[in-house]
Each structure stands twice: as C-alpha cells, then as structure tokens.
Design a protein around this ligand. Structure first.
Ligand code: C2E
Ligand code: CA
Ligand code: CA
Length: 776
C-alpha cells in the first residue's frame, strides 16, 4: 500500500505541474538516451544493453502510468486504460525476449519470433482500448459516419504508407507468406490505431492527454515504418537508430497521455463539429489519391493502390449520401421541434391545456373585442381545495393524477370556443366569450369536481372553489390582471365561506377580499421566516405540581393579534398547518430545554397537531427528525389532536400509529365536542384525555349533575389515560374536578398562555415562587 502511494504522489505532482514541464523532462531524457547510444559510451556491447534496457524501462513506465489511470477510473474508461496498459506491457515483454536473444544469448533475433508476438499484441490491445472508451464520437447516428470517415482516412493513410514503406516491404519479397504477413502486420496495425485515435479525438474535444497519447502512437508508427523500411532495404537496424529512439519516446508519451487524461462526465462530452474537422477526412482522400497518381506516374500501375483508392472514393461518396440524408432528417426534425417548442411555450406539459401565457393572450384579445363591439367576456377561476395535502400525503404522482383527472373533467364540460387553461399548481381557468350561462357552467364544473378520484385503491375526495367575474358594459378599461384578480378574489371568497362553492365577483367583495389576500400572503411569509410566535401555558397536577406546558401559536397582522382559530384555519386552507405546528413545536421545545436544569421532575411539552382534511403521511417523520435534532426524548412530548376536522378516519389512524411508533404521548384534545365519542376512545387509546372547556364551565353551577364528567374520567382511567381539565377559570371548577378524580388542570386560574419571550420558570409553572403557592 505504502509503495503504491509513492508513484501516485509523483504522478499527482506531474499533473499539477504543467504539461510543458513534463514534455521538457521527456525531451531531456530522450536526448540523454540518444547521446548515450550515439556516442557508444562503454563500447558497442554496453550501448546495445543500454538501448535494449531503455526500451524495456520505457514501456514498463508507460504501462505503469496507464495502469495507474485505470485504477482511478471506473467502467469503460477503466477497461480502456487497462487494455492499453496490457498492450504496452506486452510490447515490453516482447522487448525482453528480443534483449534475451541479443544480449544474453548473444545472437541475432530470429524473425518472426516470440518477441513479435509481444510487439503485435500492442496495436491489438490498444485498439480495443480506444474503441471501448466512451466518446462523443460514437454518439447517436454519428457511429456510421465515424466508420466512413475512418475508411476514408485509413485508406488514404494506407496508400501513403504503401507508396513509402509497405510497397517496398511487399516487393522486397519474403521467404514465405507467414513472414510477409507478420512484417506487414506492424505498419497496418499502427495505421489502424492512429486512424481510430485520430477519429475519436477529432469528434470530441481535443485534450492535452490525447495530444500526448496520439503523439506516442505517431512516434511508434514512424519507428515501425522506419524499421520495416530499413529492414526491407537490407540496411539493417543499428543501435541508437531512429527506430530505437522512436520506440523509447513513444511509450513515455503514451504514459504521459495516461497521466494527463481527464475524465469527462457523459453530459459534458461535447461533439466538435468545426469545419476543419469535417473537411479533414476529405483532405486525407485528396492526399491519398494524389499519392496514387504520383505512384502511377513513377512506377506504373499498382493494383493495390488502385483498389484502395476506389475504397476511399466509395467511402467518400457514401459519406456524401449520408450527409444528404442527414440533412433531410435534420430539417424535418427541426420543423417538428419548432412545432413542439411553439406548443410547449403555450401549453401546460402535464395536462396539455393552455398555459398562463396563452390564457393571458386570449383574455387580452377578448377584452379588445369587448371594447370594440361589446363582445361578452367572462372568467371562471377554479382552485382545488386541499390539493397540497394530497400532494404531501399521497405523493406527487397522485397529485399529477388528480390534476390530469381534473383537466379531463373540465375539458368535457367546456364548449368549442371556450379557453380552458391551467394557470399553475391546482389553478384552472376558463374564458367564455359568448352569452352562454356562465353560472350554469360553473355549477357543472363544481359538480364534476365533487366526484372523488380513485388513487392507489383509495377514494380521494375532491372539491373545488370557483370564482366568476364578468366584464360589464361599465368596466370600459379593465385590463387582464385586473380581471384575473377579480376572479381570484371571488374564488377566495368561495374558499373562505365554505369550500366547494362558486361565488360571483362584485365591487364590495373586492374591498373585503383584498385584505384577506394580503393577510394570506403576510401569514405565509411570516411562517416561512419563522416569525409566527409561540405562547406557553402551564398544565399542573391537582397538587399544583408542574406536569406540562402547552404550546400555542401566536400571530399578528398589521400590529393586531389574530385569533389562533382564524389563522390556524387559514394555514390549513393553504396547506401550511404542518409547517405551523412544527415551528411552534420547535420553539416550545427549545425554550423548555433552556429550563431543563430547573426541573425537579421532567415537565412535558404539549403541542397541537392539526390533522386536517388529509393527514400528512410525513408528519410523524418530520416530528421525529425535529426531536432527534433537538435531542429530546419522544416521551417528553405530548401531541394533542382533535378529531374535529378529520374526515378520513382510516388515514388518521395510520397517522396515529406512526406517531405512536415514534414514541410520543398522544392526547385527545377538546374531548367531548366534535366527533370524539366515548366509544372511539377505546380505538384510539390515548395517553391523555383533555376534557373540553364546555364540560368544565357548567361545574360552577352547584345544581348541575356531574355524572357525565365523572363517567368520562372513570372511562379514561380504565383505559389508562391521564385526564386534564381545560379552561379552568374558577376555584370551584378546580375543586369539583379534583373531587371527580381529574389528574391535571389547565386554565387562566393556574396560568395564562405567556408569549415565549415573557416566560419565566415561575409563570409557566415549572417552579414555584419562593414562599408563595401558585394557587394563592
Ligand atoms: P386548544 O388547543 O384547545 O388550546 C387551548 C385554548 O384555550 C387556547 O386558546 C388558550 O388560550 C385557551 N385557554 C386556556 N385557558 C383558558 C381559560 O381558562 N379560559 C378560556 N376561555 N380559554 C382558555 P388559543 O390560544 O386562542 O387557541 C385556540 C385554538 O387554536 C387551540 O385550542 C388550538 O385548537 C388552536 N391552536 C393554537 N395554536 C395552535 C397550533 O400551534 N397548532 C394547531 N394545530 N392549533 C393551534
Ligand atoms: Ca390544545
Ligand atoms: Ca383544547
């Protein structure tokens, strides 16, 4: 492990350094190598040993660098560098065999020999390495083009090398076909390798690692060619020849190629389409044909070059044909894209209805017609009730299903010529430009949206609120935003005055509702900024020992305190109730943590959790996260729930189950009003029952029977629950409750809710003031 880290540090240093420095070092090493060989330091035998040794060290280093890069990468890129490393290593092993013959055995290396096997493995493996590498060159339909370009370049290169070296090797004549083929395999392998590398690079961005790598390939190709050429010419290959230096340098260059290789994530791989790169294969063909012509003039007809020229030209023609077909397909694509873009710019992608932009445009046009010749204009604004809760509790896919269902149902109602749009979220709108009965249409829409939607085998109740606004003759210069705002105000009136209704806009509405609108916006803003306050009210045992504090939300608008009942409802309507409850919980728990060290016995914190029309599945989870964050044991928290607003009882029970799993205590709030009945207590099995104020108040009257309250307390006790009396204002109420067996009490008598900033351990009942009893 340690030995590995050393070269890694070296390589990292090289990467951090400039490539130019790396190149300079490489040239320096190459120069020293050349000098040693040329000057024959230590005699011919030593020079030969240095020559062969250098050519073992160089591929060894190159293979190491490639292997290092392979280790760092993954997938196809790792395979690519591993294959290349293997190829270079194979070449190095070939060289070891060669050196054995030359230096150890002291005789000329036979041809072909095992050494050739190693050498030739290099182009084969390296080609494989290049082809498996992910590249934008292969992207999409480009693959066929790359093949044709490759054919063009390769045949041109073949012609050139045939005219310069291959031809001579071939004509030089070999003893037998096998020897000839092995001899030819070198230049052909190099040719294919360079073509593949060049094409891959040409179509993607040229990076410095590629420059090094391809330079290495060019160097080895030149060295091989030179070697073949000199061998064919019978001039032999002397120590320190151009070929030896070329091989030595080539693997070092490839090694640098690996060192400077940069991984490019798939989405950042760019296809380069510069005109120079497009023209390059054509240029190759021109050069290839020219070489054929020159050869023709110089030494007569050579069928090999002629055949390959034909291949090059065919590839060029096919490439042209492909370009023509490509262009046709492209322009068809472009047209389709244009249509699509146009459609997308004006339609909602989910429902396919007109979007806000198109709707505004249509309304503006309708208003122009109205001004010109009094054409009628009416808007219907439709907003789903509690849509956010559907999204939050059943997931976004369910939300999408609801929206598409709504779109379908509304589409079935509107007539040709009406514009139905989705303005965003769960807001839909229809523009009517005729004398039709808009009120009737609105009613039909309400009815259509009152039917539940089946999602995940569950009936999801659906309801909408509708606002209508009609432009009258006196509305002369009303503009689009004004008209839309009117419909919006009417819609919010519908929501506020009981959901699932349709309301017409009129001028008086405007005054009232714009205030409501401001309030809604202010509340949402304050809530998200954490500016909704919290008050704490003590809950004491009947012996006036601290038991718990209840956290209550506080909020004011324009400097005036808004009753919690009001803004809690608003929060529920806006789908913000869970956010509100969690904020209050966070503030209360944080404050209680500050008093923690004063508590003789642990004082519980009680929060209200609104389980609205739809219970948020995630509420228990969010609460758990909060408790974990504040490091509060779940058993220190009481969650007060009322059954008042809950419609879907199965959902509520599942929310209760997850709260119970969390380990918090569960209290039934306002017990005795709403839907909470004695029989349901058994099903819910709460830890705490909070007896509603309406039971406590009558206790002041000595003539009133206490049988019912006594019964509730007994039943709760039988179920193992603690009973808390709420709204206790008088000593008498307190005393009667104590005599009936009530366990704890909450009310103005024992302490009013205190804004968190004004709390002290005394006024929220955690500690008693020295010498004074709380009750006195
Ligand atoms: P609740 O949960 O029943 O809270 C007790 C309410 O009774 C509080 O009203 C409290 O100020 C009031 N109260 C306490 N002692 C007495 C008393 O002796 N006499 C009288 N007349 N009233 C007393 P508040 O703060 O106005 O809250 C009203 C309701 O708003 C709460 O009723 C609760 O249902 C809801 N609420 C308040 N804060 C939150 C909250 O953070 N989340 C949720 N979901 N609901 C909240
Ligand atoms: Ca409560
Ligand atoms: Ca209550």
């Amino acid at each position: 492990m340690e030995r590995l880290s050393e070269p890694t540090a070296l390589i990292d240093a090289a990467r951090r350094g400039r490539p130019a420095v790396a190149l300079a070092v490489l040239f320096g090493v190459a120069a020293v190598f050349t000098a040693l060989l040329r000057l024959r330091v230590g005699g011919p035998f030593v020079a030969r040993a240095i020559d062969d040794g250098g050519q073992i060290v160089s591929p060894a280093l190159g293979a190491c660098f490639c292997a290092w890069q392979a280790r760092r990468l993954s997938g196809a890129e790792r395979l690519s560098w591993a294959l290349i490393a293997g190829g270079i290593a194979a070449w190095g092993i070939g060289e070891v065999v060669w050196t054995y013959y030359e230096v150890v055995a002291g005789r000329a290396t036979p041809f072909p020999s095992l050494a050739d096997c190693g050498y030739l493995l290099f182009p084969a493996l390296a080609l494989g390495g290049l082809l498996v590498r992910p590249s934008s060159a292969y992207a999409g339909t480009g693959r066929f083009r790359v093949v044709l370009d490759g054919a063009m370049v390769a045949s041109a290169l073949f012609i050139i090398s045939w005219e310069t070296t291959l031809g001579s090797v071939y004509h030089g004549g070999a003893d037998n076909l096998f020897v000839l083929l092995v001899g030819l395999a070198y230049p052909v392998g190099d040719l294919v390798l360079i073509t593949a590398a060049a094409l891959i690079v040409v179509h993607s961005q040229l990076r410095r690692g590629d420059v090094f790598f391809i330079s290495g390939l060019v160097a080895i190709a030149l060295a091989d060619s030179y070697f073949s050429y000199t061998s064919a010419m019978g001039s032999g290959n002397s120590t320190g020849s151009f070929a030896d230096i070329g091989w030595f340098v080539s693997f070092l260059l490839m090694g640098l190629g690996a060192v400077f290789y940069e991984h490019v994530p798939a989405d950042q791989r760019e296809r380069t389409e510069s005109i120079v790169l497009v023209c390059l294969p054509y240029a190759f063909v021109v050069v290839g044909i020219t070489a054929t012509a020159v050869g023709l003039v110089r030494s007569g007809i050579d069928y090999v070059t002629l055949v390959v020229s034909v291949v090059a030209i065919s590839a060029l023609l096919a490439r042209q044909l492909l370009a023509v077909l490509d262009n046709r397909r492209l322009s068809a694509d472009l047209l389709a894209r244009q249509h699509e873009l146009h459609f997308r710019a004006f339609h909602d992608p989910l429902t396919g209805l007109a979007n806000r932009a198109l709707f505004y445009d249509r309304v503006a046009h309708a208003l122009e017609l109205h001004r010109r010749d009094m054409r009628p204009v009416s808007l219907v604004f439709c907003d789903l009730d509690d849509f956010k809760s559907v999204n939050d509790s059943l997931g976004h896919d369910a939300g999408d299903t609801v929206l598409t269902t709504v779109a379908e149902r509304l589409n079935a109602i509107v007539r040709e010529g009406d514009t139905l749009a989705r303005l965003g979220g769960d807001e839909f709108a229809v523009l009517f430009e005729d004398d039709g009965d808009v009120a009737l249409m609105a009613d039909r829409m309400l009815q259509a949206l009152a039917r539940p939607v089946m999602i995940q085998n569950r009936m999801v109740p659906l309801r909408a609120s509708i606002g209508r606004s009609t432009v009258s003759a006196t509305d002369g210069n009303i503009d689009v935003p004004q008209l839309l705002k009117q419909a919006d105000i009417a819609m919010y009136t519908a929501k506020r005055t009981g959901k699932g209704a349709a309301v017409d806009y009129n001028a008086t509405l405007g005054g009232v509702e714009s205030n409501v609108l401001d309030k809604r916006i202010a509340f949402a803003g304050d809530l998200s900024a954490g500016r909704v306050g919290t008050a704490l009210q003590p809950i004491l045992s009947m012996e006036c020992e601290p038991y718990a504090v209840e956290a209550l939300a506080r909020w004011s608008f324009d400097g005036v305190a808004v009753p919690p009942d009001q803004f809690v409802k608003m929060a529920e309507r806006e789908g913000l109730l869970a956010d509100l409850d969690l904020l209050v919980a966070r503030k209360a728990l944080s404050q209680m943590l500050r008093y923690e060290h004063l508590m003789a016995t642990p004082v519980l914190t009680s929060i209200n959790l609104g389980l609205g029309r739809f219970v948020e599945a995630s509420i228990a989870e969010r609460l758990g996260t909060l408790l974990a964050e504040l490091e509060v044991a779940p058993s220190r928290l009481i969650v007060e729930i009322t059954e008042r607003d809950v419609l879907d009882l199965t959902v509520m029970h599942s929310a209760l189950a997850s709260l119970r799993d969390l380990g918090v205590r569960i209290a039934i709030d306002d017990f005795g009003v709403g839907q909470s009945t004695l029989s349901r207590l058994g099903a819910i099995r709460p830890d705490i029952v909070k007896l509603d104020r309406s039971f406590v108040e009558p206790l002041d009257d000595p003539t009133m029977s206490t049988t019912l309250v006594r019964g509730i307390i007994t039943l709760a006790h039988d179920l193992g629950a603690v009973v808390v009396g709420e709204g206790i204002e008088t000593e008498r109420q307190f005393d009667v409750l104590r005599s009936l067996g009530c366990d704890a009490a909450q009310g103005f008598l024992l302490g009013r809710p205190m804004p968190i900033g004004d709390t002290s351990p005394v006024n929220i009942g955690i500690t008693e003031p020295v010498g004074i009893s709380v009750r006195d």
